[in-house]
Design a protein around this ligand. Structure first.
Ligand SMILES: Cc1cc2nc3c(=O)[nH]c(=O)nc-3n(C[C@H](O)[C@H](O)[C@H](O)COP(=O)(O)OP(=O)(O)OC[C@H]3O[C@@H](n4cnc5c(N)ncnc54)[C@H](O)[C@@H]3O)c2cc1C
Length: 386
């Protein structure tokens, strides 16, 4: 099926997820988020209906589809005002990495729960001293008999308090070179030596971000995902879905903001016609709609390439899609806020909260500058400056 023409199955999935999410809606989502409460009812219902694990293998309880389908789920949740950030992490990164590279035991232990939403897994790569430079990752795994001892610090890790475990990216002791040779470990949240503290953020989301301290965390040999020497390949397998899903996250939010703004512009009248009749209001909304649609196409292309197994091409497309979605969404939400005048900043309309939510798509999981570096270097063949 062409990426340009959505299949009847995809259209049906879009409608069904939208129907579910609209029953909850933006007011439910933002009220929960402002109260610091989890959106567990929605998560559980989406899990029961098979939406959260739509990309995971059917033999482990998933839907047997791909990232294209999971991106539809997240986009439609966001478009209805319920952007569940943990979808980026739990099924898309952790589920993908375990399904593709985990041992049979890891698959059986984690995938059914990640598929039906009864278990969640966070993902931790970012470190305070490494930031965008993942070659500098300093979380070290040492062997101690048959066990591993994991030590290091992480920052901005989303949703640990709602997760059963975290998939941490570290490196083994003998792999401390200038090059990234990651090793991935599944660390249950209650493991001694694993501590986390919330970071106060200006975000209205159900998931908080955490600082993490790992102090000689003792892990059994089977905590290591897949092969110690193939960590980079495994990591990239998870990072492409992460970028595609971050695009879906911000594009869903952008659609919700534009819908709200367009409805408002049709009815709000302060001169003789609704404000939407003024081109100063109509044209920027039209422009944002075009940019969002273009970014969605790029996201669909990236998902299509990823699901077809073309990791290198998916890598470039996923970076471009994440960039395009981040930019289009920030502009769309900014314009939506402007369209509502003072109401754009009110809690009643909930648009101002989306300003910071879409900014996340410019910074995480990889900043727009690092994507521009990637495209300059890999797509254009320009020399690297850093
Ligand atoms: C809401 C939120 C949720 C997150 N959730 C997670 C999570 O669940 N798990 C996780 O591991 N991480 C998570 N992150 C972290 C996120 O991935 C990082 O913030 C991101 O990778 C940027 O790293 P940094 O913040 O250290 O910025 P820095 O690396 O310090 O960069 C700061 C600025 O410098 C620019 N810069 C850096 N190097 C260059 C260069 N060579 N050329 C040009 N510009 C450059 C960057 O683009 C950026 O604008 C989250 C972040 C946020 C905001």
């Amino acid at each position: 099926m062409s990426v340009y023409i959505e299949s009847p199955e995809h259209q049906a999935l879009r409608r069904a997820v939208g129907d579910l999410a609209r029953r909850y809606g933006a007011e439910y989502f933002q009220t929960k988020a402002r109260a610091g409460e989890p959106t567990d009812e929605l998560w559980a219902e989406a899990g029961k209906l098979g939406y959260l694990g739509v990309n995971l293998p059917a033999e482990y309880g998933g839907g047997g589809a791909g990232i294209a389908e999971l991106a539809i789920v997240l986009e439609e949740l966001g478009a209805a005002g319920c952007p569940l950030l943990m979808l980026i992490v739990s099924p898309a990164i952790c589920g993908t990495v375990i399904a593709r590279f985990g041992t049979e035991q890891q698959k059986q232990r984690w995938l059914p729960g990640l598929s039906d939403g009864s278990r969640r897994m966070a993902f931790g790569i970012t470190e305070p001293d490494a930031g965008s430079n993942s070659h500098r990752i300093g979380t070290i795994a040492r062997r101690d008999g048959g066990d591993w001892l994991l030590s290091g610090r992480k920052v901005f890790i989303s949703g640990i308090d709602h997760a059963d475990a975290v998939l941490f990216v570290g490196r083994t002791e003998d792999a401390v070179t200038g090059k990234l040779k990651p090793a991935l470990f599944i660390v249950p949240r209650d493991t001694p030596g694993f501590e986390y503290r919330p970071i106060p953020m200006e975000l209205v989301t159900a998931e908080r971000q955490f600082q993490v301290f790992l102090d000689d965390v003792r892990l059994p040999a089977e905590a290591l995902v897949g092969d110690e020497n193939a960590g980079l390949l495994q990591l990239f397998a998870g990072l492409n879905p992460e970028r595609i899903m971050t695009a879906a996250f911000t594009l869903g939010i952008a659609r919700q903001a534009l819908n709200t703004a367009v409805e408002y512009a049709k009815t709000r009248t302060v001169w003789d016609t609704p404000i939407g009749a003024h081109q100063g209001i109509a044209h920027p909304l039209a422009q944002c709609t075009i940019e969002v649609e273009l970014a969605r196409l790029m996201m669909q292309k990236a998902a299509h390439l990823y699901d077809a197994g073309d990791d290198p091409a998916a890598g470039e497309a996923a970076n471009m899609a994440k960039y395009a979605a981040g930019e289009a969404s920030c502009r769309a939400v900014d314009q939506a806020v402007q369209t509502l005048g003072g109401n754009g900043l009110s809690q009643e309309y909930g648009l101002a909260a989306l300003l910071t939510a879409t900014r996340v798509g410019r910074v995480a999981p990889v900043s727009r500058e690092m994507i521009l570096n990637y495209v300059a270097q890999h797509t254009l063949g320009l020399p690297r400056s850093y």
